[in-house]
Design a protein around this ligand. Sequence first.
Ligand code: Z5A
Length: 226
Amino acid sequence: MNTSLHFTPATAPNAHTCPGSFIVFEGGDGSGKTTQIRLLADALRQKLKKVTVTREPGGTKIGEKLRALVLEHGNGEIDAHTEALIFAASRAAHAHQLIRPCIERGEVVLCDRYIDSSAAYQGAGRGLGIDTIVDLSRWATNDLTPDLTIVLDVPLAVSRERAGARGAADRMESESDDFHAALSDTFIQRAAADPARYVVIDATGTLDDVHQRVLDAVSAPLGLGA
Ligand code: Z5A
């Protein structure tokens, strides 16, 4: 039985043609994505009219319900295929209901996780296959591709310490070191394969150190100058 999905994009594999910008932050748990998105949004709002911050899973009413279903303990067994489809369903709603309308209006969207998270967690971590999982999300989003994906790279020990400082682990955070190493490899390999659309940032150091690296990464794509 052939279990792979075949997806032919409706358009050439380039970024969307909307006037706004779609920037995604990726990385392991506790790598600092949420913190850096907040700092970047504050900085950008001084220069740009409209900046929308959102996250996955979530970002829409249905997406937030799916988030609770898939991340919280206590919803019974969630097998890998069901998990992958829940993330894809949340992403479909997010892309169609929130992200594309925002960038069509010329806004900047900063998104905490997107397709690379599914590639890493479900494709590599759960062993469902990276290409299959990416194809599923490309179909679900009508091939909505970020202009730039920033991968925050930190050693596992650092991210565990940061995530641990926040309290109880969710279903994903409870996974083994091998699982988390597979995630990190996937983010780095996908970034290396498409250097025009990815930047890997060393996310060790102070909040300000990392923020400065993020500003350097977005200034050219957003046309902010030096
Ligand atoms: N998931 C999936 O499996 N498939 C998918 O397709 C998608 C997601 C989209 C989402 O959880 C989970 O869903 C995630 C993947 C899976 N797995 N887990 N776990 P989430 O949204 O709740 O959590 P997260 O995305 O992993 O984010 P996080 O754990 O909140 O980490 P973060 O956003 O990268 O880090 P942070 O919250 O900004 O920082 C963590 C702590 O470190 C915080 O106390 C900060 O103050 C501190 N911090 C941050 N930066 C620094 C520096 N530079 N120095 C010192 N301390 C710092």
